[in-house]
Design a protein around this ligand. Structure first.
Ligand code: G6P
Length: 614
């Protein structure tokens, strides 16, 4: 949610700012802006809309100016104030002595705005951020040094911030500060950098320091100092990132989402690679640091997540309960954090987050941890704030996901839950060895089965052609595929803006069935197993109300043909593994419908991939 970057001492300052902002576009794309110090003044350029608009605003001479001292950049996901040019960052103080970029939300901005307005500061934007710029200018008047002024100002702020700050009268220093929003200091040879996330820096340096809450960085071209909010100097050494620069390429696919959907077989192979050695050996989850004693006594699990990760968590609940009998509660992080935190004695808390930075989930796991729970995080970012705060982790190895709508990270999260549920069953001895071996054999075959779905997309495309103008879509399933119905509906909503809702199939008759007529498609997920017949009869009930019926199924028989107008077939698998397969056609259906509608698939309106505000 909003991305910030900054740099000092770099000759190619503008190329750095623009290239690094491009790597952060997943965090927001409402507007973009930069501020650069030319030695005398701060110049600011901002544009509404995508980063491309900002790039087009800057002429080549300026882009290649080698004499610029320092600069900060921002890519916005609007919270306070419409996504227009005035509200775009950077924001400057009244006398233009300070320019800042900000990620986060200042909760007491109204009170501060009132105080500052009374002192004569005039506000130009509707943002919460602008108060920080004026506040800094106000504090410089009373303080004899810049970092003291910053510390004084920060102490007045309630809320979350990652900040990049430059001062007109102090061109040799870039300042940065962090509280409850990610921020990294990149250490180069004769230049230093800041960024909200690692991919922005990898082309420039692999030496980074993850700033922690209430830390301030005072950064020059060839040195830096980190202090706490009280001014104590901290000894923080850079760590070397093990990653290569991230190449953002669609590899011939029309959209990143389509590429990422097609990467899922390999993502699953990669997830299994170092954890499942042979079907007869126990699984190896080396980052799970639960003691044998804790595992033996474990009698309750709570899982906290948001969005697509929440849907993966619901599948996880089903699996863990099915394989181990341990009761599992799943809750949206945003709900969890505003009620009493109840941690039972022999329980653990699992946080699921592809980014590892989602504000609600981060707060939730902190609360669980503060209340004595062991926190295990399932994340695609082992370097994230969540992973750093957790006691244990299951890294999901999905690779960098560019498309805002999560696909491969979701499949990788599901895999993490399969592995965890089997791991718990092995430790707690809740399933027979033979059954566990069968499960592992089936797991290994999943990538190939996904490849079969991906190589036969005609039916899915037919459905997309037929239904792309539909206003409402209903997804139904039962049991372990119910969360898949929720996820399929979410995917469609996110990228096509069609109203889509997932229901437990048995709930249709308790209300939603009233909506059904020939204008509404009902997509039913039905695979052989405990609930097949039940979903089939719920589908018949829908058919009887003239709904257009679509099946995602591994069956192909006359009975189905009588009920469904479209049958999308997937390979057969054990019912417990079916979510990995049933998800794929739903991702593709959402993709093709959005494509027919000409939507901005990789960057849907109003969304961001990493949501760092509560
Ligand atoms: C945003 C994204 C979703 C994602 C959710 C949770 O809303 O657009 O795709 O599922 O955040 O993110 P997390 O990183 O915690 O999984």
């Amino acid at each position: 949610m909003c991305g910030i970057v900054g740099c000092i001492g770099q000759q190619n300052l503008i190329p750095f700012l623009l290239e690094s902002l491009e790597k952060l576009e997943y965090r927001g794309y409402d507007s973009a802006g930069i501020a650069v110090h030319n030695g005398d003044n701060i110049e600011i350029y901002k544009a509404q809309g995508k980063l491309e608009n900002l790039k087009n605003l800057l002429n080549d001479t300026f882009k290649n100016d080698k004499n610029l001292k320092s600069g900060i950049g921002h890519i916005r996901w609007a919270t306070h104030g419409a996504p227009n040019q005035i509200n775009a960052h950077p924001h400057s103080s009244f006398e233009e002595k300070v320019s800042i970029v900000h990620n986060g939300i200042i909760e007491n901005y109204k009170e501060l705005k009132k105080e500052l307005t009374e002192k004569g500061f005039e506000f130009k934007s509707q943002t919460d951020t602008e108060v920080i710029a004026h506040l800094l200018e106000d504090c410089i008047k009373d303080e004899n040094n810049y970092s003291n002024a910053i510390r004084t100002a920060l102490k007045k702020l309630d809320g979350a911030y990652a900040l990049g700050i430059i001062f007109k009268d102090n061109p040799e220093i870039l300042y940065a500060a962090r509280k409850c929003a990610p921020l990294i200091l990149g250490v180069g040879e004769d230049s230093n950098f800041i960024a909200s996330d690692v991919p922005a820096l990898l082309d420039y340096t692999k030496r980074v320091i993850y700033l922690e809450d209430n830390q301030i960085a005072v950064i020059k071209g060839s040195s830096y100092q980190i202090m706490d909010i009280d001014g104590n100097i901290l000894d923080k050494k850079p760590e070397i990132l093990p990653w290569e620069p991230v190449t953002i390429s669609k590899m011939g696919y029309k959209h990143f989402m389509l590429k990422e959907i097609h990467e899922q077989p390999d993502v699953i192979r990669q997830t299994l690679f170092d954890k499942l050695h042979t079907v007869s050996d126990p699984l190896v989850l080396k980052e799970v640091k639960l003691t044998k004693e804790t595992l033996e006594q474990l009698d309750r699990i709570q899982i906290i997540a948001c969005g697509t990760s929440l849907h993966a968590a619901l599948v996880g609940k089903y699996l863990i309960e099915e394989f181990t009998g341990i009761p599992v509660d799943v809750e949206a992080s945003s709900e969890y954090i505003y009620k009493r935190t109840v941690i039972s004695k022999n329980s653990i808390t699992i946080g699921v987050s592809q980014s590892g930075e989602t504000a609600d989930t981060l707060t939730a796991i902190r609360q669980a941890k503060d209340n004595g729970s062991h926190v295990l995080v399932i994340t695609n970012r082992p370097d994230s704030t969540m992973a750093r705060q957790a006691d244990s982790m299951i890294p999901v190895n999905a690779g960098f996901e560019v498309s805002v709508a999560a696909t491969k990270s979701y499949s990788a999260q599901l895999m993490a839950f399969y592995l965890l549920a089997i791991y718990l069953a092995e430790v707690k001895n809740t399933l027979s060895e033979e059954y566990i071996e069968d499960l592992k054999k089936e797991l290994i075959q999943l990538p190939q089965k996904i490849e079969m779905i991906l190589s036969n997309k005609d039916k899915i495309q037919d459905c997309a052609v037929k239904f792309h103008n539909t206003k409402n879509f209903i997804y139904i399933a039962r049991g372990i595929n119910y969360p898949v119905a929720l996820e399929g509906a979410l995917k469609l909503k996110e990228i096509s803006y069609i109203n889509a809702t997932g229901y437990p199939a048995g709930e249709l008759k308790h209300g939603p069935i009233a909506m059904l007529d020939e204008t509404i498609p009902v997509l039913a997920i039905l695979v052989p197993g405990k609930v097949y017949e039940k979903v089939l009869s719920n589908s018949e009930e829908s058919k009887a109300r003239n709904a257009n019926m679509i099946a995602v199924t591994s069956e192909d028989n006359e009975h189905l043909e009588a009920v469904f107008d479209y049958i999308i077939t997937i390979p057969r698998t054990n019912e417990v593994f079916s979510p990995i397969l049933t998800t794929i056609p739903l991702q593709l259906l959402a993709y093709y419908i959005a494509e027919f509608l000409g939507k901005d698939i990789d960057q849907p309106r109003n969304l961001a991939k990493s949501v760092t505000v509560e």
